[in-house]
Design a protein around this ligand. Structure first.
Ligand code: FAD
Length: 515
């Protein structure tokens, strides 16, 4: 028999659940094994996948192909297949042409992905071809953490986290390691637009990235961006492949994790792991992240040791699991519904084009918000604290529909991920599960004072403000006064704050209080 590994958001060899299972089964059945990955530009476009993320995937593929060949004796075919519907057709044809009896893949939990898999499973079943999927994206799979009194999903993070930690403490999660396939000279019979040699994979991926760049540049919210510059920065910041990702994890644990709890909220320190881009496309295993952190915990404090910094980092990994569990519990989220559906009826969200444009271009007149957005536009990454500040500003100070901000983030972020992004946006908009209470609205100026005391981050991204003392930058009244005509900094080309925070806050609270 001939078996096929279908790579999706799991672009690695280490601890890849489906890959390990397929190799084991192939050894037992003396089967040949091939692997495939589809480049799906139309689907990416429909999902607002950012150019930097597509480029990251494209850069990862030749590295994955090389490692698969060298370590497991498996050839990867990369194929351009514009939409998910095309993938279904292509896999059916591939299976027939190559006498494939079993396809394995890791689960994806978003709506179109689930539909695609279900349609494919039905189609393959007609020809007696197995399609086996494995849970791999989370540390503990969706639906495995349920309330004690039944089988319901925790609506609040803290009890979810307690149960999640307890489950991990009493179980020993293991890394899956695939074994090489013997005598595996198999190559798939190719359709057009596909590649198997490293050179061809690189050429095909580059071609698809270039075409994608052109199509993305035309989209409404991204027209102002220099996407070429964003790509260059993201490439330098995120070297591709699992070796680079694992190295980053090791370095973070060796050098930075023991300051995480106090430093993680200071954007200028870059004190977080910056692993999200790798986790999102599956270049690193979330279980490996958890295990390494737990090992560091044990080394520092023995078996029952506790370290606030390490615990905090592990809890962030749990947030990632939590939002995936939430998505599986409430699939309507993928159809742009609020978790608290009543907010969709109650709140009269604004769709003000000028307001949205000021926010997307970093021209709101609020230094921390603008610096954060400009850092995102320039690099494809934004610090977590700033994601909360900018999302709250859009949804509370401007009362603009959170879905517009969610979309803009997906279009720019290298780590764009539906579950975490939707979770973060609905948290900030107070429409989500366990979200920020609607009356607790962050003041972006006080946030600047607390988390960017000397204005280092602000001045990095807004060099036009370099001469303004931090005491002015962090005060809305002083900024208004000094930037206005006759003010000390009236000559600087930077807008006065576009809304008055106090008044905007009252309006937002009134909107949420409406019955
Ligand atoms: P670290 O602080 O080192 O954390 C380690 C890992 O834990 C991260 O890589 C990430 O996988 C996970 N994590 C950390 N915080 C969160 C969180 N709040 N929710 C879910 N997972 C978390 N994260 C994404 O991966 N993709 C997104 O599209 C995304 N959009 C967001 C949108 C908003 C409005 C908000 C408030 C948060 C969003 N996050 C998203 C969560 C978080 O901001 C990023 O995961 C984090 O900034 C990535 O940096 P890091 O890898 O250095 O994180």
């Amino acid at each position: 028999p001939h078996y096929l590994m279908w790579f999706r958001r799991d672009l690695r060899l280490h601890d890849n659940t489906a890959l390990t299972a397929l190799c084991e089964r192939a050894q037992a059945d003396h089967a040949r094994v091939s692997a495939v990955f589809f480049l799906t530009p139309e689907q990416w476009h429909a999902h607002d996948t950012s150019l930097v993320q597509v480029d990251h995937i494209a850069r990862t593929l030749p590295i994955l192909a090389k490692a698969l060949q060298a370590q497991l004796n498996i050839t990867l075919t990369v194929q351009r297949c514009p939409s998910f519907a095309d993938c279904i057709d292509e896999l059916s044809i591939l299976s027939q042409d190559n006498n494939i009896r079993c396809i394995m893949a890791n689960h994806e939990y978003e709506g179109n992905e689930i539909d695609r898999d279900e349609k494919l499973a039905k189609q393959l079943a007609k020809d007696n071809i197995e399609f086996v999927r494995w849970h791999d994206q989370c540390i503990l799979p969706p639906q495995s953490i349920t309330t004690n009194d039944g089988d319901s999903m925790y609506q609040v993070f803290t009890p979810f986290y307690k149960k999640w930690r307890h489950t991990l403490d009493i179980s020993s999660i293991q890394m899956h390691e695939a074994t090489a396939i013997n005598n595996n000279k198999t190559k798939l019979k190719l359709s057009k637009d596909s590649a198997t040699t490293l050179q061809d994979i690189e050429a095909l991926s580059n071609k698809v990235v270039s075409a994608y760049q052109k199509s993305r540049q035309k989209t409404d919210l991204s027209q102002h961006l220099d996407m070429g510059a964003q790509l260059t920065k993201a490439r330098a910041a995120y070297p591709a492949g699992e070796t680079a990702a694992c190295q980053r994890l090791n370095d973070f644990i060796a050098d930075d994790i023991d300051d995480y709890d106090i430093s993680r909220d200071t954007p200028s320190l870059e004190a977080t792991s910056q692993l999200s881009a790798y986790l999102t496309i599956g270049v690193i295993s979330p279980r490996l992240c958890y295990l390494q952190a737990s090992l560091a915990q044990e080394k520092l404090h023995g078996n029952d040791g506790d370290n606030e910094d390490i615990n905090r980092w592990i809890s962030e990994l749990a947030w990632r699991d939590f939002y995936r569990h939430v998505l599986v519990y409430k699939p309507a989220l993928i159809r742009h519904k609020a978790y608290k559906e009543e907010t969709d009826k109650k709140i009269d969200w604004s769709y003000d084009k000028d307001g949205l444009e000021a926010w997307c271009t970093g021209k709101t007149g609020v230094p921390l918000v603008d610096a954060a957005i400009r850092s995102l536009n320039a690099t494809g990454f934004m610090h977590n604290r700033l994601r909360m500040v900018t999302a709250m500003f859009l949804t509370k100070d401007l009362l603009i529909d959170w879905r517009l901000g969610e979309r803009y983030f997906m279009q720019q972020l290298i780590d764009g991920d539906f579950a975490s992004n939707n979770g973060g946006w609905q948290w900030s908009a107070s429409t989500g599960t366990d979200s920020a209470p609607y009356f607790r609205i962050m003041n972006p100026f006080s946030q600047g004072k607390t988390h960017d005391k000397d204005g280092v981050f602000i001045k990095t991204w807004l060099p036009e403000l370099k001469d303004i003392p931090a005491s002015i930058l962090h005060s809305e009244d002083k900024m208004r006064k000094e930037l206005a005509k006759g003010g000390k900094f009236a000559d600087i080309d930077y807008p006065v704050p576009m809304v008055e925070h106090k008044a905007a806050r009252q309006l937002a609270i009134a909107e949420f209080k409406k019955s």
